[in-house]
Design a protein around this ligand. Structure first.
Ligand code: FMN
Length: 176
């Protein structure tokens, strides 16, 4: 597998998982940055909803990486207003993801990843979106089992890996 991790994280929850994936799958980690940095929780929510209402969506400033040799793209983000953050969507639309395997991972306070997976399936047209990983205070997918599924590594080997929950993701997820 030749993989890369593309992710955004505002307060660090998704980043903990992104770094773990990059380490476990020995791949490059690229943070997607918005054109205008987001502020605190309430101002970010107001901006996301206002932008969508006005149909004046934000974009990104991160350079698109060369994905020509990549077959698996891990895409990580916090759930924002029940979906993938708009500038992350803009970034993905500009990536050539045709024929690649997209593996989404997301964190949220509560909302599940299902809606985001639907969005990714639409915007990453020629790619196959599979094996989503989700982490919230209410629902935590099992990282070890997920990693074994994704890598098709023997489950016993994957079970020896640490769980991100044990490394602070749970605390970070409730620290806003
Ligand atoms: C603008 C904004 C919108 C959000 N919308 C949702 C949401 O719809 N559902 C939810 O459960 N959490 C929502 N959250 C909470 C984040 O998804 C959650 O705190 C996430 O773990 C943050 O990840 P991060 O630390 O990687 O930025 C929202 C947070 C922000 C800032």
């Amino acid at each position: 597998m030749k993989a890369i991790v593309l992710y955004y994280s505002q307060t660090g929850n998704t980043e903990i998982i992104a770094k773990k994936i990059a380490k476990d799958f020995s791949c490059e980690l690229v943070k997607i940055e918005p054109d205008i940095v987001y502020g605190g929780f309430l101002s970010s929510c107001a901006r996301v909803i206002g932008d969508r209402f006005r149909k004046d969506l934000p974009t990104y400033v991160t350079e698109i990486p060369d994905l020509s040799e990549i077959d698996t793209v891990f895409v990580g983000f916090p759930i924002w207003a029940a979906d993938v953050p708009d500038f992350v969507q803009a970034f993905l639309k500009d990536c050539d993801l045709d024929g690649k395997r997209i593996i989404p991972f997301a964190t949220s306070r509560m909302t599940g990843i299902e809606g985001a997976v639907e969005t990714l399936t639409i915007i990453c047209g020629g790619a196959s979106v599979e094996h989503p990983f989700f982490y919230s205070p209410r629902k935590k997918d099992n990282y070890k089992a997920w990693r074994a599924e994704v890598s098709a590594a023997p489950a016993e080997e994957a079970a020896e890996e640490a769980d991100p929950a044990e490394e602070g993701a749970e605390e970070a997820a409730t620290e806003e």
